[in-house]
Each structure stands twice: as structure tokens, then as C-alpha cells.
Design a protein around this ligand. Structure first.
Ligand code: SAM
Length: 297
């Protein structure tokens, strides 16, 4: 019910018109446009409508069910924050799970941490991985890494068979309409808790405070019953609706302060990053008053 209220009716919830204008019931009364230079791929997979187009100013753009997922020009801001907030909050992440993430951008970021021994990824839609390999090479560069175990399937179902296994779990999902709907409920977060080690940390795509404050408040509220540490951060991503994106970060350890890095960002990693640094990490959790009020209710 909560999700339906937030997203509006399914029939009008998403569409990308042929002129590259993204409109939807999830953000009524507003639209975002990118000029299309050329359509590179457009097919329906078993799960969703998959489109890649070349834009005039943002490089190649991945669109699922009419909603922009990533553009070559600004994807680093989202991928770096979703990945490095939990990875740097963790003192020694060795085993990492990614749910979703088919474009490969989160995988690329996780592999920058030398202490990570194994990355498991569960993406529902093989077609997203295939188009990313072909049209988004800067994001999909990690798919041949020997540390990767790749599964194609539903993340919710995958978690049921994994207990106390991961140091960090990153949910890089699409919006809560279509295949990702199950990744926004309380039972999903209970499965995440059980799949994490005792000092485990999770991060999840946390939508925008300008558009989905009710959904975010709902996520925070039920997660406070599941995890002793629950925080919400945000950053700017120019091609997401309203230009902002949130990150829900929870930890199983009550003493773990995820709002500060617990390790130094070494010069060798920092030289590979364009958005994240330790100041950005701390600043992400400084929230405006209207957001604090909504999330503390
Ligand atoms: N964060 C981006 C955004 O919202 O714009 C989304 C990036 S995209 C890589 C998200 C991926 O999640 C898609 O490839 C989609 O196929 C995958 N996905 C959706 N539902 C899923 C599920 N239930 N289990 C695993 N992967 C799922």
C-alpha cells in the first residue's frame, strides 16, 4: 500500500517518450529530458523494457522501463557513493554481495578495494549485463574479474540461502515498480540482516528526498527495528529525478558509526575516484531540517 501511494498507479508510472523525455507517476507534474542522438538498443527482456541511447551531452544512457538508470557522464557520482560509503565505513571488507547492479558500475567500484577477496553479484536480468558489456564499457569493465561470482536471478530469493556470509551488501536496484518491488520491503531487509556477518554493513539505493520522503521515512522506520545503526545520506546526481539521490546505510554493530570512514582512503584508491573522498563521506549524512524532521518521526 505504501509503495502504491508513493508511485501512483502502475499504468502511468513510467515512460520515456521518443524525444528522450522521462515522465512518470513516481514524479507527477515534472519531467526530465535528454536529447537523443541515436537509439543503440531497444528490446523487451523477460523482466523489463531495456533501452540504450546515445545522448548529445551525457554519453550513452541506460534506460529501464522508461526510467534513466545511468549515463556515462554522471554515473560515477552514484556508483562511488553507493559503493564506498559502506565499504569505507567497514574496517576490513573481504566478502561483498551486490544485488542488482547489472550495468557493472558498482562492481567496478568494489574491485578498487584490495582487501576484497570475493564479490558475489545477483542480477535478475541477463540482458542488462549484455547491453552494458556492449554499450557501457566504462561501467562493465569488471565482469571478467576472477574475484566475481555472478548469478542471474531474483535478489530476494537469492538471499534466502545465504546466512552470515557477507561483510558488505550493496543493493543497486531500480525503482520500486517492476522487478525491484520486492527489494523495498521489511522482509527483504530481514534477509539482508541475516546474510550479513556480525559487523556487516549494507547500503541501498535510497531514492530522492524531494520526491519520495514518505517512502524513505517508511524504510528508515522499519529498519530501526531490524538494525541498531540506521543512517541516511545523499548526494547530487544530475540525471536522477530532482538531481538528488539517497543512500540508506545500516549496520549490525551498534558501535559502528557509518557516517565516518573507518579506514584511510589511500592515495592509490583516491586517484581512481572522481566523487568520493573522506570529507564527502561525512558531509553526505548532514541532512537539511525538513529531511531530519521527516526521518525522525
Ligand atoms: N540505481 C539505479 C537507478 O535507480 O537509477 C539502478 C541501476 S540498474 C543497474 C538496477 C538493476 O537492478 C537492473 O539491472 C535490474 O535488472 C536489477 N534488478 C531489479 N530488480 C531486481 C531483483 N529483484 N533482483 C536482482 N536484480 C534486480
Amino acid at each position: 500500500d505504501d509503495l502504491e501511494k508513493i508511485n501512483g498507479s502502475d499504468s502511468d508510472s513510467k515512460q520515456l517518450k521518443s524525444d528522450g523525455q522521462e515522465m512518470g507517476g513516481a514524479w507527477p507534474g515534472q519531467a526530465f529530458s535528454l536529447q537523443v542522438k541515436k537509439t543503440l538498443f531497444h528490446e523487451k527482456s523477460k523482466y523489463q523494457d531495456v533501452l540504450v541511447f546515445e545522448s548529445t551531452t551525457y554519453g550513452n544512457v541506460l534506460v529501464l522501463d522508461g526510467i534513466i538508470q545511468a549515463t556515462e557522464r554522471d554515473e560515477f557520482s552514484y556508483q562511488e557513493m553507493l559503493a564506498h560509503l559502506p565499504l569505507f565505513a567497514h574496517p576490513n571488507p573481504k566478502r561483498v554481495l551486490i544485488i542488482g547492479g547489472g550495468d557493472g558500475g558498482i562492481l567496478r567500484e568494489v574491485l578498487k578495494h584490495e582487501q576484497v577477496e570475493k564479490v558475489t553479484m545477483c542480477e535478475i536480468d541477463e540482458m542488462v549485463i549484455e547491453v552494458a558489456k556492449k554499450y557501457l564499457p566504462g561501467m562493465s569493465c569488471g565482469f571478467n574479474d576472477p574475484k566475481l561470482d555472478l548469478y542471474c536471478g531474483d535478489g530476494f530469493e537469492f538471499l534466502k540461502n545465504h546466512k552470515n556470509e557477507f561483510d558488505v551488501i550493496i543493493t543497486d536496484s531500480s525503482d520500486p515498480v517492476g522487478p525491484a518491488e520486492s527489494l523495498f520491503g521489511q522482509s527483504y531487509y530481514e534477509l539482508l540482516r541475516d546474510a550479513l556477518n556480525d559487523d556487516g554493513i549494507l547500503s541501498s539505493q535510497g531514492e530522492s528526498v524531494w520526491l519520495h520522503l514518505n517512502l524513505i521515512a517508511h524504510l528508515i522506520k522499519f529498519n530501526r527495528q531490524i538494525f541498531p545503526t540506521v543512517n541516511y545520506g545523499q548526494s547530487i546526481v544530475s540525471t536522477y529525478p530532482s538531481g538528488s539521490m539517497g543512500y540508506l546505510i545500516c549496520a549490525k554493530n551498534a558501535n559502528r558509526d557509518v557516517t565516518v570512514p573507518s579506514r584511510e582512503v589511500s592515495p592509490s584508491i583516491q586517484s581512481q575516484l572522481r566523487f568520493y573522498n573522506s570529507e564527502v563521506h561525512r558531509a553526505a549524512f548532514v541532512l537539511p531540517q525538513f529531511v531530519k524532521n521527516a526521518l525522525n518521526q
